[in-house]
Design a protein around this ligand. Structure first.
Ligand code: PMP
Length: 308
């Protein structure tokens, strides 16, 4: 994802100049990171001259669920963000794969259950998101000394900005150790996830991944990967707790997420993993086939964007 800021952003109901999308410092969103967000990909299909957004409504449903977990006033943002996607895609005109970040934040109101005393704001940036080289080469990981917070600390299934400070610390530690990514354990010492991806392990022809009750985000790519493995590739998948040592003796380890797509892991704390990654490669091929299928889509994941 490019870190250069685009000229335009969608902010509280309209496309506006990037510089004009501001909030006051004395808001819960600045003071205590009271915001929830989504990360969505839209793939450019050149033949159709339009993007196809992956799992748009599923992401907007998770956004609503995150807002609910944080006690925000109930509101259905689906129509608003659907409109936002179309308007911002046209305004920026990128003819390439892009990443969208719809966000809902608490503009006014603090520790109250009175939703009449709370006001929400919304914004959504859009960035070009070319395919990472690590899709081919794989990434190196470290097992973080920072723990993924459990459901009784801060709900992992809420995609809330506040949760991401722990991931930031883990990422800083990973970079000190010279690794690309940090895999976090949960409070029971089982594998949880990275700050942006679910973890999958291949052992003797079976794919294993932690259940959603093991302190992970209810990831949408994880659901898609499980479905593709089971139903399209005929590979068994088991959702169960995963021990740290299983990663080190696995045939393959891979990460899945909207941004990192299906990324092979080539090393964990100095131990080489995988090699040719046959299962990971088969899953990558089927995943891209579906994401780039446009009007020929088989699984109903895609929403067509405006023609550019
Ligand atoms: N875990 C965390 C903590 C994440 O931030 C993400 C990215 N949203 C994922 C997993 C992957 O989730 P998804 O497949 O829905 O993008």
């Amino acid at each position: 994802m490019s870190l250069l800021t685009p000229e335009k952003i969608w902010f509280n109901g309209e496309v506006t100049d990037w510089e004009k999308a501001t909030v006051h410092v004395w808001t819960e969103t600045v003071l205590r990171a009271a915001s929830v967000f989504e990360g969505i990909r839209a793939y450019w299909v050149a033949d159709d001259e339009r993007h196809y957004v992956v799992h748009l409504d599923r992401h907007l449903r998770r956004l609503r669920q995150s807002a609910r977990l944080l006690g925000f006033p109930p509101h259905d943002f689906t129509a608003e963000f659907r409109k936002a996607v179309a308007e911002l895609v046209i305004a920026l005109g990128y003819r390439e794969d892009v990443y969208l970040r719809p966000t809902v934040y608490l503009e006014k109101g603090a520790y109250t259950r009175d939703t009449g005393q709370m006001w929400l704001g919304t914004f959504m940036p859009l960035f070009p998101a070319p395919r990472e080289e690590s899709i081919t080469t794989g990434v190196t990981c470290t097992i973080s000394s920072w723990q993924r917070a459990g459901d009784s600390v801060i709900p992992p299934r809420a995609k809330a900005a506040a949760n991401y400070h722990a991931f930031r610390l883990a990422r800083l530690e990973a970079s000190e150790r010279g690794a690309d990514e940090a895999i976090m354990l949960n409070h029971r010492g089982h594998i949880a996830e990275t700050g942006g991806a679910s973890v999958f392990v291949v052992r003797d022809g079976t794919v294993v991944t932690p259940p959603t009750s093991d302190s992970i985000l209810e990831s949408i790519t994880r659901e898609s990967a499980i479905r593709l493995l089971r139903e399209e590739l005929g590979i068994p998948v088991v959702e169960r707790s995963v021990d740290r040592s299983e990663l080190l003796i696995a045939d393959e380890v891979f990460l899945t997420g909207t941004l990192c797509e299906i990324t092979p892991v080539r090393e964990i704390d100095g131990t080489p993993i995988g090699g040719d990654w046959p299962t990971t490669r088969a899953l990558q091929r089927r995943y891209y086939q579906e994401c780039l299928s446009g009007t020929r889509q088989k699984l109903g994941w895609l929403t067509a964007g405006p023609v550019l």
